[in-house]
Design a protein. Structure first.
Length: 275
């Protein structure tokens, strides 16, 4: 082998070793330890209110904590858990614990809750009456067609004595008494605001109510703070104790975030404050 060729090979080997050394010492993209901070966390949610909350935290307290939050928007309740399960995102913020449990049971999933973050109050709205008392016999009422929110709507009506339901009601089969013969229409959650002109009342969750201009002053029955349907920050089991996930939950349940929620939605979003 010539001296020139040997020198060239040695130079190439040295350069390759230096490159590999640099790669080995660099943290993976989006992982814990990026730069001087915690790194990046991809969080899926519907735009309102969760996306607004995440964007607020990303632009304020998360920066100070060295956490980069990448908000991934969704427009329905069906895909955020699938995206979390397949690793497309690291966490999501759109569902309550019952919804999460139902997904795991039906899909064979193992997603876990980090903890409750806030209550996105749901309500019954009407273009035709201004009070529950004005609902006539046989009134048509639109409710969500997913097991969690359908049961949620029926329990809220039962709490006002309008119907009677079983303890674990999830759909119309759980109604045990309907003295006013209400006609219930099961409709996809996202389309309930559009159905409002065609029914006497409709149950709409906040994620779809606010974009449609439905606010608390237009509600004829608003869910209270004692509701069990607080949204949770969910993730995969291996990420539950991840420093990025734990920091996000800490920021979600801070007084600063609670102040933002109260100022922005005036009680429609009920904060959870820890510590």
């Amino acid at each position: 082998m010539s001296r020139t060729l040997r020198s060239a090979l040695l130079a190439t080997a040295a350069a390759t070793a230096l490159l590999l050394s640099g790669c080995a010492s660099s943290p993976s993209a989006g992982g814990e330890g990026d730069g001087d901070g915690l790194g990046t966390l991809k969080v899926g949610a519907l735009q309102t209110p969760a996306g607004d909350i995440l964007n607020h935290i990303a632009e304020t307290s998360a920066k100070e904590a060295g956490l980069t939050i990448e908000f991934v928007p969704f427009t329905d309740y069906n895909t955020p858990n699938t995206a979390l399960a397949d690793g497309s995102i690291d966490a999501n913020l759109f569902q309550n614990a019952t919804f999460l449990e139902t997904f795991n049971e039906q899909a064979g999933g193992e997603l876990v809750s980090v903890g409750e973050a806030y209550l996105p109050s749901a309500a019954f709205y009407s273009d035709k009456v201004s009070s529950l008392d004005d609902l006539a016999d046989g009134a048509s009422i639109a409710i969500p067609n997913d097991p969690t929110n359908e049961g949620r709507a029926l329990k809220l009506l039962a709490s006002e004595g309008l119907i009677e339901v079983t303890d674990g009601v999830v759909d119309l089969s759980g109604i045990t008494a309907n003295p006013k013969n209400f006609e219930f229409r099961e409709i996809e959650n996202a389309t309930l605001p559009q159905a409002l002109p065609d029914v006497d009342a409709a149950f709409v969750t906040i994620s779809f109510a606010l974009p449609a201009g439905l606010t608390s002053d237009k509600a004829i029955l608003l869910e209270g703070e004692d509701s069990p349907y607080y949204n949770v920050l969910a993730t995969r089991p291996e990420l539950k104790d991840d420093a990025r996930v734990q920091k996000l939950y800490e920021l979600l349940t801070s007084q600063e975030t609670a102040d933002f929620e109260n100022e922005t939605w005036g009680g429609l979003v009920v904060p959870v404050v820890k510590g």
